[in-house]
Design a binder for this molecule. Sequence first.
Ligand SMILES: *[C@@H]1O[C@H](CO)[C@@H](O)[C@H](O)[C@H]1NC(C)=O
Ligand SMILES: *[C@@H]1O[C@H](CO)[C@@H](O)[C@H](O)[C@H]1NC(C)=O
Ligand SMILES: *[C@@H]1O[C@H](CO)[C@@H](O)[C@H](O)[C@H]1NC(C)=O
Ligand SMILES: *[C@@H]1O[C@H](CO)[C@@H](O)[C@H](O)[C@H]1NC(C)=O
Ligand SMILES: *[C@@H]1O[C@H](CO)[C@@H](O)[C@H](O)[C@H]1NC(C)=O
Ligand SMILES: *[C@@H]1O[C@H](CO)[C@@H](O)[C@H](O)[C@H]1NC(C)=O
Length: 927
Amino acid sequence: MRPLSVWLTLGALAGRAISSTDSIDVHWVGDTPEHHAGTTFGLPWPQGKYNFSNTDFTISGKSGEDTVPLQSWVTGYWRDGSIKWTGHAIPSLDTIDNEYTVTAKSLGGRSRANHSPDSDGITVAENKQEVKVNTGKITVSFAKHGSHIVNSIRTSNGQVVGEKGKLVLHTQSGVAEDIAARTNTSINYFDFESKIEDVSVSKETSVRTLVTVRGKHQVVAGGDHDDWLPFILRFYLYANSDSMRLVHSLVFDGKPDEDLISGLGIEFQVPLAGEELYNRHARVPGVAGGYLHEAIQGITGLRRDPGEEVRSAQYDGKATPNISTWDERVSSRMQWIPVWNDYKLSQLSPDGFTLKKRTKPGQGWVNIPGGTRSEGLIYLGGANQGGLAVGLRDFWKKYPTGLDISDAGSDTGRITLWLYSPEAAPLDLRPYHDGMGEDTYEKQLDALEITYEDYEPGFNTPYGIARTSEIFIHVLAQTPSSDDLVTLSNHVNEPPVLAATPEYIQETKALGSYWALPDTSNAKATAIENNLDFLATFYQGQIEDRRWYGFLDYGDIMHTYDEDRHTWRYDIGGYAWDNSELSPDLFFWQYFLRTGRADVYRFAETLTRHTSEVDVYHIGDWKGIGTRHGVQHFADSAKQVRISQPQYRKYFYYLSGGDERVGELLEETLDADKTYGILDPQRKVREDGWTPKPGQPAAISLGTDWAGLAGGWLIEWERRGPRWREAQRKLTSTVQGIARLKNGFVTGAGLYSASNGTLLPPPTDPDNEGLVAISHLDAVFGLPEVVSEILEYWGEENEVAKTLKAIWLDYCYYYQATAEEQEARYGKAFSGTSLIQGHSRLTAYYASLHDNATVALRAWDEFYNGADDSDGLTADAPWKTERINGSAVLIPVDEAAWLSTNAVSQYGLAAIQNLAFVGGDLEKFDG
Ligand SMILES: *[C@@H]1O[C@H](CO)[C@@H](O)[C@H](O)[C@H]1NC(C)=O
Ligand SMILES: *[C@@H]1O[C@H](CO)[C@@H](O)[C@H](O)[C@H]1NC(C)=O
Ligand SMILES: *[C@@H]1O[C@H](CO)[C@@H](O)[C@H](O)[C@H]1NC(C)=O
Ligand SMILES: *[C@@H]1O[C@H](CO)[C@@H](O)[C@H](O)[C@H]1NC(C)=O
Ligand SMILES: *[C@@H]1O[C@H](CO)[C@@H](O)[C@H](O)[C@H]1NC(C)=O
Ligand SMILES: *[C@@H]1O[C@H](CO)[C@@H](O)[C@H](O)[C@H]1NC(C)=O
């Protein structure tokens, strides 16, 4: 690859006949997968290099000569219109190379060819009734109306192996508080099915076709009920693939005490007519690659032996020899051998699943020995006719889940994948306490003093939160070998991810310049690297030790530790679920960027899937904002943009090639500014008497609030989304507004008009005389990352960028300058500054941009000496865990009582960014 800097000088692209080529290595994150059913990935490009409309992209494997088909699109642009991020899809591969090379070739004046689907590509046919997608291996028909989302799934020889795929939902109108109450409550039960409202197909379809189905759940039994629980299903189909990936998203729009979800799933019918009962197979997933091998009518273990060949064929899932060849003592008595119609696997805890089967409804269930953690990919089908394998990613981690096979002895069997098992107690979204009489702000603030919970009646609502799950549907022309199922199951749980190298991503600056590759050039840097590794590994272990699993919870981490009980403070107000407090999302993603580590990628991806969905509102008055840390993800009354900060999703969005669900979530946050007209984040502590009015300018913080809004505007601008001009305008005018404030960011707040993006002085200083109102939180929810990316986006020459740079560097320098310096500059020393270690990266940024070694050493001083037991992590902290076991704890755990997630997040970000900005000065720091 040629040095990128050469190209940066080429400037504007328009009409220029630049001809250049770059070959970018992409590799699997983690091990090379054994199976590959098609992948989408993202690639960054340096500014000013490629114009999408005349660039050709190709991909080839390292080993083979053959190029692999590649679908390419833009997910982000630089300001000048050159491409910043592209998304690429490759088909299912029969031969999987360890590495690939993507070649971008600028065609000069020529336009890129409009790739018509080649013979190996996907074909899509659409009419009023259905969308039919043929990958070359399977044909799937999606309905446009009704309740059956997937009409049929066919193998290449036309055999239907699945049909009538639909969503199922069961609810109840209440819950008995205890066993005695069951006789004394009148609970109504409802059954719902999917109801399709809209079906759309991606514009480009040759390598990857995306079918998006939107709808709601419609009642089919139990009485009247409005359609509710809107869903968005995204089916991804890749050329040459015999499977589909389904990204399943739900938004909760019910009443927590009346609409209790007691079962939530997706169901497929599997045609079995024509297949002998003894040639129909159930493969039920167990632990660590284990499978239960059963036939619907078993002929092993009987008193009489049909013959070894028959028995082994059935066990292996192959068609048995013709029954006329069996030992007649068996073949004449088939009518006496039970047919097992139904199987039920229930993973009601992350520690165990139960399994049972029955001959039919009305008859007793027979227990099958279960296990600990089922890997979640179940199969039903026939030796001759094949069938479906359906699996949920992170099946046991998202308990209570389940897998059912039903009616396997009839002409049409069924597979139901339960995202929420009907065997479990209903999903309880009711508030965990009754308010305890906290009916005034005064009482709420007093309660905050003790439990750190910021409570307010009516605010502890799940209305509008969401959850996304990933489901895989594999089509099989025969019953597969169990080893093949294990391969597919690994694919479900760790879908292959392709990425560019950390070196290349860094060079492009497409995710900022505030991180660098790991630095082990000296002992101090090495110690920091070891600490970062410790932290990344520690949280992965804590998920397991603390069982941070579950339908809603999985993906989140906790906020603060309780040393006395050796537990995280899962039950104490604002100390429980972290909800992105102080930006762990940024730390873990930046740590992935610099290391490329697979474990970190999976961890961060899971975090993003949780925090972007469950901790944020997606509909209603609070659409686009999130909830502060708490015992339940939605409990706290602080509803703020700082939690829905789009910057937290940006890394995954671009690296994944523009994950469409996350893209939609980014768009939602563009409405976050409307919430300020109805909800004042400062309402409980405001002293200036200001109150919000819908449509009127609102008081916002220039730190947490503006950072979240600006982060979203920048991404919309980069993506050239439908509202990018509005986003660009608001970004520009708010920056101009902050610059007009006498004290810039130090002012702390401003009056912002969501209708036109104007930002005026705050209510406390209407005449802009100069306010000094710093908050320690302002710069710890993405502000540094967002501003530094905005500055690079606008570029050195831009006038607005120049003013932003000036006011931001002022903030960076003065936040931790001496009181004398602050007073000399602003007429007043700052108060309320803390999080010294975390803010050292602001000092480092200043030092780097001004190339000032004195300030660089100040940054390192703050990093090392600004931390104490309650703020940050010191170099002489233990940096190891302690095993707590025996009767001291419920189960043995690794404990690090010396850290909190706030400290970890800010330590991690300071470490990464200080090394990037002033790493060269670290050895000179002494003390
Ligand atoms: C990219 O090329 C097209 C076609 O030549 C041209 O119309 C467009 O202005 C170019 N875009 C940029 C950002 O230079
Ligand atoms: C039955 O329900 C009523 C109304 O909810 C309640 O007042 C009463 O205490 C309950 N009785 C028992 C035995 O639980
Ligand atoms: C099994 O053998 C019988 C008798 O030879 C024949 O009629 C039948 O078609 C065979 N069945 C299959 C499935 O081949
Ligand atoms: C923006 O709107 C506010 C009222 O919402 C108004 O006071 C202000 O003058 C407007 N600014 C511009 C530039 O139109
Ligand atoms: C570096 O910053 C310090 C503190 O503001 C200042 O006194 C000094 O002049 C600066 N040095 C250079 C070389 O700019
Ligand atoms: C607890 O852990 C320690 C250290 O790993 C070990 O030596 C000890 O045997 C364990 N005790 C129990 C009860 O498991």
